[in-house]
Design a protein around this ligand. Sequence first.
Ligand code: ZN
Length: 502
Amino acid sequence: MEKKLQELKTRLLEIDDLEMAASVLNWDQSTYMPPGGAASRARQMSTLARLSQEKFIDPEIGKLLDDLQPYGESLPYDSDDASLIRVTRRDYERATKIPPAFMAEFYQHGSLSYQAWAKARPENDFATMRPLLEKTLDFSRKLADFFPGYEHIADPLIDFADYGMKASSVRALFADLRQQLTPIVQTIVNQEPANDSCLRKHFPEAQQLQFCEEVARQIGYDFNRGRIDKTHHPFMTKFSLGDVRITTRVKENYLGECVYSVIHESGHAMYEQGIRMDLDGTPLAGGTGAGVHESQSRLWENVVGRSRDFTEFFYPRLQKTFPDQLGSVSVDEYYRAVNKVERSLIRTDADEVTYNLHVMLRFDFELMMLEGTLEIKDLPDAWHARFEQDFGLRAPDDRDGALQDVHWYAGAIGGAFQGYTLGNIMGALFYDQALKAHPEIPDQIRLGKFDTLRGWLTENVCQHGRKFTEPEIIERITGGSIRIEPYIEYLRGKYRQLYSLS
Ligand code: ZN
């Protein structure tokens, strides 16, 4: 068994090397690559992806997993070896159930669709996207059908992002959240909006980047094992547990962009940096799902980064960096500005209160499209109608309506959005537990100390990597399943200070 396990690990390490090399190429493509490199870079990345896929679906791996199954089951569930065998088997089954020819066709369609969308969105041209999106829906249904026996056709697609979650449970959770959230949103948006003009002055890029780096370092992003570079759409990427990078973008006329996106991406990166080093190079060395990953980024960005305590500590430093712009702006004014709640058209710019309504609209539409109760041709109108109902606003066009997000135009329909809201819910759930264990955390944050919170997150969430599924992580931490109450309490508690909530 020892020999077989070693052979499995050797093969998996080789696959990991190929995948990490592809990540380096992808990072370079999004940061420093000159435009002339595009064509060959696409080929190089697809070659690496094909090689790692071929190596992974090799029947020899299936045989090793079969042979190792009884051994894995004889070990404690949470041991490294049992987890490695269990999680690799899940990945292997997923990879081998989908024919490579189907995947190749779907990727090719995705890349065509993405290119068309990049042009169609600015031109507000849904008509061009309609046949492409119909084909995407067709691919998405076929993809789900490679995993028969599901309760809802979206379940296999949700599994890809948030293993262990189901359409029915997410739908129930979101319905509850919606019921609690809607009156809060209504009450807030009927009041005088916060004035955020202090964020909309001129803030030179170099100073912004320097300040953001200081913040990231202070909250605990390890620059010995990371770095920050500029890109168009911020993301986190990993080449090994010793090299977890983030990217950011800077708007010189809007301070909120760089600061909070660096905190957000640092949250993702600290999750990966917090994984136990001896899992490096194995399939366990990664975040367990979209929801838990977003729980970390959103906890740091919103629950910590936009909190009063955090602002008390960092704002004087920010004022020192930008004395002309912020010298006469009080901490109170700044705090209100970075927590401005308003009805807005764009999900990615939305505040933490209204954000979830954007996600729920997309999640519901994904289910309806997959079920066949919403046809692609009716999507733009359905979007406007639902948006008006939820936000009391109507997008002037499809550019800020059904064409808004890249997800459906570059990947599958299904499973693409629920992780964001699950992340908000889980972030509050975890923070609530961390506070129960360490009530001193907010006082520490006010002094710029983050070790206790980071230590708790590492111990309870990060270190395990993919050993446990999302429901298992929640169960281990709370003794139960996912619930929205801590999140609602968090929102009520915070926004009661900022607005009058009855
Ligand atoms: Zn994120």
